[in-house]
Design a protein around this ligand. Structure first.
Ligand SMILES: [Fe+2]
Ligand SMILES: [Fe+2]
Length: 287
């Protein structure tokens, strides 16, 4: 089982990576959001991946939920998300709205749990206690996520209200999972605050997750948590659970961080630091 996030195929180099991938007919691929902004680009990518992997599971990132004036699909918020879910069903890709698939391969069985929970501004900068205080600090420092301009929460009054609605529909499904079978939690946004503590701009953390999911990896029996959004790929451990940030990232980040692998990360079996690139499967240095 491989995972990748933040493919951002709007960039030609990233699209080329997808186009040049070989087939992995016996393997699964988890796609943890930020594939692209326009529906046509998201569909092109998921079709290309579905043609190469036995099973593809996708969760939305913030970029899929952007409503740009240049996208012929002008849907916003929940309607846009549901449109993407319907597209995935046509393509044969599993989404957070489908029954959770069971991985029976190496290191299994494991329930694969795709999550769409968004964020609620609760990863606030130091010294702030409310969303408006947190946002004020962000606007003062000039570190404001583009979501504020182009990620509409319709029909919810705010992105945090949408996040809370998502937590409300998701938690009961997790509570119903059979005991004794470990889970793999897949989310675009980090489920805990820890990974955001190393952000260059700490004000950005408020667009990265919600405190409401802080104990989900313990409560819901996770063996692995896979996420992206931060563009800081690497493996960390919390409460004995493996957390994998699997961002592919922007082409420009290659020069700034030449050591970061741009690849599909092997998640299972647990052979860490195994990386599939466009043409080969190689073992890379951990980051
Ligand atoms: Fe991203
Ligand atoms: Fe993101």
């Amino acid at each position: 089982m491989f995972a990748v996030s933040d493919l951002h195929v709007t960039f030609a180099e990233n699209r080329e990576f997808i186009a040049s991938l070989p087939a992995f007919p016996h393997d699964w691929l988890l796609v943890a959001g930020d594939v692209a902004e326009k529906v046509a680009d998201i569909e092109w990518t998921l079709r290309a991946l579905r043609a190469r992997f036995a099973t593809v599971v996708w969760v939305p990132g913030n970029h899929e939920l952007w409503s740009l004036g240049t996208d012929p699909v002008q849907l916003r918020g929940e309607a846009r998300y549901q449109y993407l879910v319907a597209m995935c069903r046509r393509v044969g890709v599993i989404t957070p709205e489908d029954p959770f698939p069971l991985w029976r391969g190496a290191d299994g069985p494991m329930v694969i749990v795709p999550l769409f929970v968004l964020y609620d501004y609760s990863f606030r900068p130091e010294g702030t206690t409310t969303k408006s205080e947190a946002l004020a600090v962000a606007y003062e420092t000039g570190i404001v996520c583009s979501d504020e301009a182009v990620l509409y929460p319709d029909p919810y009054p705010s992105r945090d209200a949408w996040c809370h609605a998502r937590v409300q529909v998701t938690e009961p499904r997790l509570a119903e999972l059979p005991r004794g079978i470990p889970t793999l939690l897949l989310s675009h946004f980090p489920l805990t605050r820890e990974p955001t503590l190393v952000l260059k701009y700490p004000e950005f953390a408020q667009w990265c997750g919600t405190e409401l999911t802080a104990d989900w990896h313990v409560r819901f029996g996770a063996r692995v948590v896979v996420y992206g959004h931060l563009h800081i790929p690497g493996t960390t451990w919390q409460d004995g659970v493996r957390f994998e940030e699997v961002s592919f990232g922007y082409p420009g980040e290659v020069e700034i961080y030449p050591d970061r692998p741009r690849c599909l990360r092997q998640i299972l079996p647990t052979e860490p630091e195994c990386c599939a690139t466009g043409t080969t499967v190689a073992v890379t240095k951990s980051v």
